[in-house]
Design a protein around this ligand. Structure first.
Ligand code: SF4
Length: 204
């Protein structure tokens, strides 16, 4: 078994200190850890470079944690789809260093790791494991077309009562979709709007 199978090394695409742009923790300074590898295949994906894990260097998690420690008390682990890899070792080391662990996931793979916050963003191409919904602190649905509103409603029935509900326009269609999101939330006020504020701020 090599180190990547144990989660002691991970295919790291990039890491950077910035503001969380989306969802419940919007505006929070955090260290982002983007793990390579994703087989969900969303046609509108804005990080297609993340899909092939082989092009991202296998990186020791100590190196990742040391860099995170020098920047922030919050780490956002995103991808790609981070749960294609065992997240236990990385998240334990981050938490042992006093860093809160936030996950961004499609939920299509079994949960591993220790998390302070889980943002579940289900994709129609490959739905979350049904056991996953109870772990979500936040449900974030990307809205690309009108059918995503009924998808959002169906997905929201599966999460726990306290889970925060967000609708986020897909960036390339934001001008067309944002007014529809506003109308939907006025009629369904349990939802909130999430905008990709990092893109408006022109930060990573
Ligand atoms: Fe891209 Fe995320 Fe969809 Fe994977 S799940 S294809 S990383 S948007």
């Amino acid at each position: 078994m090599n180190l990547i199978d144990t989660g002691n090394e991970l295919p790291l695409m990039e890491s950077f200190y910035t503001l969380q742009g989306e969802g419940f923790h919007k505006g929070l300074a955090a260290f982002f850890i983007r793990i390579g590898g994703c087989d969900i295949g969303c046609h509108w994906c804005d990080v297609k470079e993340s899909w092939d894990p082989k092009i991202h260097p296998s990186t020791n998690i100590d190196e990742i944690v040391n860099k995170a420690k020098s920047h922030s008390k919050v780490a956002v682990i995103t991808g790609g789809e981070p749960l294609m890899w065992p997240m236990g070792p990385l998240t334990k080391k981050l938490q042992d260093s006093g860093i809160s662990t936030h996950l961004e996931t499609s939920g299509a793979y079994p949960l591993s790791g220790r998390w302070n916050w889980i943002c579940l963003s289900p994709k129609k191409n490959k739905l979350p494991n049904k056991e996953f919904y109870k772990f979500a602190d936040e449900l974030k649905i990307i809205v690309y077309n009108k059918s995503d509103f009924s998808f959002a409603k169906l997905q929201s029935k599966k999460v726990k009562k306290e889970c925060k509900l967000f609708l986020q326009p897909e960036w390339s269609v934001r001008k067309k979709i944002s007014p529809l999101i506003v109308d939907f939330i006025l009629k369904n006020p349990e939802w909130r709007a999430s905008l990709q504020t990092h893109k408006y701020l022109d930060i990573p």
